[in-house]
Unconditional design. Sequence first.
Length: 234
Amino acid sequence: MLDVHDLTITFGPTTAVRGVSLTAAAGTVTGVLGANGAGKTSTLLGILARAPRQSGRITFDGADVTGFDTGALVRAGIALCPENRRLFPNMSIEDNLLLGAYGTGRATRRTRLRDTYDRFGWVATRRAEPAGRLSGGQQQTVAIARALMSAPRLLLLDEPSSGLSPVAVDEVGAVLADIARDGTALVLVEQNVRLVRALCATAYVLAHGQVTASGPVPELLSDTAVSDAYLGTT
Ligand code: ATP
């Protein structure tokens, strides 16, 4: 589904990502782990053409999409659920959701809203309320639902567990597992080991912008050197 080859991203003098290659398959959750500043967010933004790529080839569904801009990538079926959710707290839940389908026609927006409300019944009930009134976990679910409004086949998620209680993390985990079961490919940037264990079959560990380990999650997390790097102690 997604094949990233030799991605390098620089911000002025800082090289945030150095020659990262990774793949993600339909119906699976692929983890991207690493300490703060390891280059995880930059990798996601690089895939979506929202960070300056110095090199890298992005293949999506067998097509070379390296030259696509962000809008074209979203239309091709890639969506991002950004770090810190980025909802507009004073806007209604429904208006927040509609932002995820920006640029599509009225009929499409209506169909996707209906699909969203079918999937998340409680969101339908509260759709007129300001998003800021929801709990952290509920806001994260709405942020995920907003990303789904572009009907992606690949969903990039940047630390969806951030700032949530353990119960809310489990709820978000169940939402993500359900989305993967429907055949969507998920790339999950996470620091929450429990969530990674619960969702990811395979994962990549980044340190200083490079992939330092990758493979099946149980093996990966049983390696002390990897856990140390992952937990940010090295
Ligand atoms: P975190 O978990 O803290 O979000 P991360 O693994 O997602 O960390 P990135 O946010 O990708 O890491 O940052 C990687 C490196 O790139 C860091 O050194 C960071 O300071 C730098 N960086 C990221 N974005 C920018 C930017 N817009 N301008 C300059 N430097 C940046």
